[in-house]
Design a protein around this ligand. Sequence first.
Ligand code: NAD
Length: 247
Amino acid sequence: MNLRGKTALITGASRGIGRACALKLAESGADIAVNYSSNKVLAEEVVRMIRQMGRQAVAVQADVSRQKEAEAMVETAIDALGGLDILINNAGITRDALLIRMKEEDWVEVLNTNLSSVFFTTKAAVKYMMKKRRGRIINISSVIGMTGNAGQANYSASKAGIVGFSKSIARELAQRNILVNVIAPGFIETDMTNILSEKQKDAILSMIPLGRYGKPEDIANLAAFLASDESGYLTGQVIPVDGGMNM
Ligand code: NAD
């Protein structure tokens, strides 16, 4: 994939899938804005690695669940990198509980962080991309957004919401040459899934036809393709990367 001359903003990019996307896009030639919410040290490390590849990079602190911070983040990224061609909405959290035990704050926090953030960030980025008449939006959902999962009603609703949001704006923005697609990861080995017990992990593994958990790089490889000119006839799609878990 050749992303030379392109600029990308990736939310929640100090670790996990976001970090892998930042490094892959940089390796493919893009300059990168690395958003983080609290871990500046990890974000600066990603920036350092990208600069070592000869690309521009900047760390941008923002809690993307807050509209003003999301808007300021997009502005800072555009100013620092001189433009914005690619936005990857990756930041996300879980607050798992069965419905009858789920607190209102678990619901609100997950919906704000996983879904409202995508609205805030995308709206700010699209204002710029519409003027340029080009752009790529890549939203990270989950297979759980399609299948549901006991104990994850809030998370599943937020991830299903990303799908509806993305398809709607893909239709709105196609004429402006702004392409919007969704990646739906299966089980990927990151800090988010490390909290599961070995028993839970084994149960998940038994449902994966390819017989292994996913790696953050498995998601990053598709993100790089969706960011590239080679995927120019692809919009409004939800692409699972799950080892065949959800056929
Ligand atoms: P992770 O916990 O390692 O990464 C999530 C990142 O989002 C962290 O860097 C975190 O700081 C950031 N973040 C959280 N709240 C934020 C906020 N308010 N503002 C800015 N950044 C914030 O987990 P991950 O597995 O790398 O998850 C990345 C994305 O992939 C998430 O949206 C997650 O829902 C999705 N996903 C992960 C899996 C999996 O199996 N790991 C599966 C499906 C979907």
